[in-house]
Design a protein around this ligand. Structure first.
Ligand SMILES: Nc1ncnc2c1ncn2[C@@H]1O[C@H](COP(=O)(O)OP(=O)(O)OP(=O)(O)O)[C@@H](O)[C@H]1O
Length: 320
């Protein structure tokens, strides 16, 4: 079996203090796999994504047992080493594609700059690669677009260019942080279709973060649910959506507008706020409708579901 593109074992991240924003996370992404991360605001999704690409602020500390990206040891790498891995090992696309580009340079210039590593290639060869990448993501008249500026594109078209930019560097892992949140539904469907095509044609693995459960259900093979810096449930997309086991995952689904039954007129919310991790017992106990006394004092184990050993959750009720 081939090596995972990403492997994190007991990885924690702090922003300088002692309370972790990401706490002892285990996560694997296999080649060509699409893995989704869901969770409320503040649950640590972006911190996790930024740790993979060495994009955390200087004061942040990453620790744990094992952290590899495309076979490279991320725990052993210094800031320069992590920066060197950005591009060839992992690349990221963001919610707002406008922020990914400089407003004052043409796309041709900005995409050529990304190929600085390929010093032995002529300008003409780089141009050919850029035009091919833009064509691959469905940009019409790619040669004509090289002299255009970012503001001349719609949000959806610019997100396509951002994906082309990421793929130009042939990354093993593409990280997409809310890639369709700023787009309308038609554009969203096109971008999701594009990402699936890229996985099929280029074999790129994708880690996608989204608040939008419909996006996750549509595109992912596997899903990890984050709460207070931890992964509290993980399994195939079918397992998570058909049979969510953790009360937090169930609560997230109960708040998803598309899944609310007809006749319910008030939008449900999960009461309370995401706590900082590291307390005693289960981090969700204070907000959980099923909490028992033991949930306040015992740490829930990471336990597989009886019917599906690849579906895990971190809850005393589902473990017993
Ligand atoms: N630069 C930072 N310095 C200090 N703390 C931070 C920093 N960035 C994030 N945090 C804290 O880390 C925790 C996790 O935040 P993070 O942004 O990773 O969550 P998230 O799930 O991505 O949320 P959102 O969906 O709103 O982006 C939060 O408590 C947040 O306040």
């Amino acid at each position: 079996m081939s090596e995972p593109v990403l492997e994190m074992r007991k990885i924690s991240v702090t922003y300088g203090g002692i309370i972790p924003a990401v706490a002892s996370v285990d996560l694997k992404v296999e080649p060509g796999e699409i893995v989704g991360i869901i969770g409320e605001s503040g649950s640590g999704k972006s911190t996790l994504a930024h740790s993979i690409l060495g994009l955390l602020p200087k004061a942040a500390k990453v620790s744990g047992e094992r952290f590899t990206l495309a076979g490279k040891d991320m725990l052993a790498a210094d800031r320069e080493g992590l920066a060197a891995l950005r591009g060839p090992a992992g690349a990221m696309i963001f919610q707002n594609p406008m922020t990914a580009f400089s407003p004052i340079h043409t796309l041709g210039r900005q995409l050529t700059d990304l190929l600085w590593r390929d010093r032995d290639q002529t300008v003409a060869r780089k141009r050919e690669r850029i035009v091919a990448a833009l064509r691959d993501v469905g940009i019409p008249d790619p040669i004509g677009k090289l002299d255009a500026y970012p503001f001349q594109f719609s949000g959806g078209m610019l997100q396509r260019v951002a994906i082309a930019a990421a793929l130009l560097m042939k990354p093993s892992l593409l990280i997409a942080d809310e890639p369709t949140t700023a787009l309308d539904m038609t554009m969203e469907a096109q971008i999701l279709h594009l990402m699936r095509t890229l996985r099929e044609n280029a074999g790129v693995a994708i880690l996608i973060i989204s608040h939008h459960l419909g996006v996750i259900a549509e595109i992912c093979d596997r899903v990890a649910v984050m709460y207070a810096g931890r992964v509290v449930e993980e399994g195939s997309v079918e397992a998570i959506f058909r049979n969510p086991r953790h009360p937090y995952t169930q609560a997230l689904f109960a708040c998803e507008p598309a899944l609310i039954p007809p006749g319910v007129t008030r939008m449900p919310v999960i009461p309370g706020e995401v706590p900082r991790p590291g307390g005693i017992g289960c981090d969700f106990a204070g907000r959980c409708g099923f909490a028992e006394d033991r949930c306040l004092t015992l740490s829930p184990p990471w336990a597989p579901a009886q019917a599906d050993p690849l579906h895990h959750s971190r809850c005393l009720r589902s473990a017993s």
